[in-house]
Design a binder for this molecule. Structure first.
Ligand code: UD1
Length: 337
């Protein structure tokens, strides 16, 4: 069975390609490399022994997308493609709304034309409003989002939900990721932010490898055990396996379901710095800095629903997340360049 991965050359898409292949699915990738590298395809070939078919297209381009469906019998789609930089989304909101929403509508219209009725969507824990109670379960209140990127995720969730309601034979899963980190154990694929990273683990990785001088810890006066922000970091390989479980689910069941993909465990910034220092064998330098606007003190999942219904649960812990991130970063100090 062929599974189309939009944005399949990206960080989460590429790791999911490996796990889908291991589970016996055929992978087809559509990516325009706007935030990823063609080298990923070579690396995936080294890991899996397979050259996955690649369509270098913009998913919003329906004519180009039709060719993918004409040439392949696609059983299900995992829709990863989208802009994802929170800060940038605040500066250029229209680009975010246009790109993320347009590509989803085009994809779903083309899927309908070709009778493809199974969709898994990359959503985010960012859709939970600040007023939701921790740990966030799937019933928790969503919105208001703090930035346009988050709103695009929430709007797309609504679009898919409405479509599934109107089409009883359509099957969709919305996956709300917590904080994906780490890399494939081979060190061949990993996260490769284009500019200075915004997120914690890739920033720490750059400090550890020596391309950035120190980490700014954004606030140590939060109401958390050590005062620094707490998040639910999840190994990208566990996250990828969650997608395999979600694909199996949409192929078997009809309707629209939401699942958190997280560990259920909160880790503070300073705990992360300590674990990374152990993994890389030297201290990761940091300085306490003011809070980052828009940040919340704590965010972690209730991950029971995915375990109960998808039969998925995390296997890798903080030390593996740091070990594999360091393995990737030290082998590829400049990413895919
Ligand atoms: C961020 C996004 C979220 C997105 C997620 C993807 C914001 C406000 N939110 O979440 O929408 O879905 O990434 O993974 O950007 N930290 C530092 N120093 C740094 C970077 C981060 O101390 O240089 C701290 C943050 O204050 C936070 C924690 O590390 O407490 C995690 O930050 P980050 O990796 O950016 O993720 P989120 O803020 O959870």
């Amino acid at each position: 069975m062929k599974i189309l991965l939009t944005g399949g050359a990206g960080y989460i898409g590429s790791h999911t390609a490996v796990e889908l292949d291991a589970a016996g699915f055929e992978v087809v990738i559509a990516d325009n490399f706007s935030n990823s590298s063609p080298i990923v395809l070579e690396r995936l070939e080294t890991i899996t022994g397979k050259r996955f078919p690649l369509y270098e297209i913009d998913v919003a381009d329906k004519t180009a997308l039709r060719r993918v469906f004409e040439e392949n019998e696609i059983g299900a789609v995992i829709h990863f493609a989208g802009y994802k930089a929170v800060g940038e989304s605040v500066s250029i909101p229209l680009s975010y709304y246009r790109n993320n929403i347009d590509s989803t509508l085009s994809l779903m219209e083309v899927m309908a034309e070709f009778g493809c009725k199974n969709l898994v969507f990359s959503s985010s824990a960012t859709v939970y409003g600040n007023r939701a109670k921790l740990p966030f379960d799937e019933e928790a209140k969503t919105g208001p989002c703090t930035n346009p990127y988050g709103w695009t995720k929430l709007f797309i969730e609504q679009i898919i939900t409405d479509y599934a309601k109107a089409n009883g034979d359509f099957s969709s899963v919305l996956l709300r990721y917590f904080n994906p980190v780490g890399a494939h154990e081979s060190g061949l694929i990993g996260e490769d932010p284009k500019d200075v990273p915004n997120n914690l683990m890739p920033y720490i990785a750059r400090v550890a490898v020596g391309t950035l001088p120190f980490l700014s810890v954004y606030g140590n006066d939060y109401p958390t055990p050590d005062g620094t922000g707490v998040r639910d970091y999840i190994h990208v390989t566990d996250l990828a396996k969650g997608h395999v479980a979600a694909v199996k689910y949409v192929l078997e069941k009809k309707g629209n379901e939401i699942f958190n993909l997280g560990t259920g465990k909160g880790i503070s910034v300073l705990e992360m710095v300590k674990a990374y220092s152990e993994a890389c064998g030297h201290e990761v330098g940091y300085k306490i800095a003011p809070r980052r606007p828009g940040d919340i003190a704590e965010c972690y999942a209730n991950a029971e629903k995915a375990e109960k219904i998808l039969g998925w649960k995390v296997e890798l812990g903080l030390s593996e997340m740091c070990r594999d991130s360091w393995n990737w970063q030290s082998k590829n100090p400049e990413g895919y360049k």
